[in-house]
Design a binder for this molecule. Structure first.
Ligand SMILES: C[S@@+](CC[C@H](N)C(=O)[O-])C[C@H]1O[C@@H](n2cnc3c(N)ncnc32)[C@H](O)[C@@H]1O
Length: 210
């Protein structure tokens, strides 16, 4: 039986990006530590947006220095859900993407690197190794194929639809800036900045030590 398409009320939203270092599983530990009332919440190293998307605040600002990622979130925010899903499923058909078709993945990766159509990045991530987002110095996506493991499955589709619906409902903004260039000057005591920068050790290791 396929998954119901809409998330239950009061259940946390999971980023469709399966982000490395994503905090979805830690939300129930992190969120009680935040102030009860927040005017603007800044997710300064937004990544998969697992934290900001689940925050109750008047406004949420998602910041990340990975421009391609921020552009993808802006598409999610500003496009019709059916149009997004159709685009993804058409690409999967066109390049015959599957858990085993490495040739199709590589052809599609070349196509993406030539055309850089923002939504195609999501399709690539869906089929790439560990769903990682990796670009080389020439701005080419170079993550290998996620053989036998990665695909745009029902769970990812469910996470994507619910993520888009939540993004489109809330007041939020996306900024592609390095954290040190972020303009903090307008913030007041009612705002909150959450920082989850990249690190060397795995998240469970760090949190067990705290
Ligand atoms: C650990 S991840 C955040 C995961 C996120 N909290 C989640 O739950 O999905 C760290 C993010 O910081 C971003 N990043 C790295 N250097 C940055 C910088 N100088 N300024 C802003 N963001 C940066 C990376 O692109 C990555 O997306």
């Amino acid at each position: 039986m396929s998954k119901p398409l809409f998330v239950k009320k009061n259940k946390n939203i999971k980023s469709p990006l399966n982000y490395i270092g994503g905090k979805y599983r830690l939300l129930n530990q992190i969120m009680p530590l935040f102030p009860r009332k927040i005017d603007t919440f800044i997710d300064l190293f937004a990544g998969g947006c697992n934290v900001g998307i689940n925050i109750k605040a008047n406004k949420i600002i998602f910041n990340d220095n990975l421009t391609y990622l921020i552009e993808l979130f802006q598409i999610f925010k500003n496009s019709n859900t059916t149009t997004i899903i159709n685009h993804i499923e058409n690409r999967i058909d066109e390049f015959k993407l599957s858990k085993t078709n490495e040739k199709g993945y590589k052809e599609f990766r070349n196509f993406y690197n030539q055309h850089k159509i923002t939504l195609d990045l999501f399709v690539l991530i869906a089929y790439s190794f560990n769903h990682q987002i990796r670009f080389n110095n020439s701005h080419e996506f170079n993550n290998p194929f996620g053989k036998n493991r990665s695909s745009f499955n029902d769970t990812m589709k469910y996470n994507l639809i619910n993520f888009i619906l939540k993004l489109q409902k809330n007041d939020n903004e996306f900024i592609d800036n390095s954290f040190e260039n972020f303009d903090f000057s307008q913030l007041t005591k009612n705002d909150f900045v959450y920082c989850d920068p990249p690190y060397l050790f795995s998240p469970p290791f760090l949190w067990n030590k705290l």
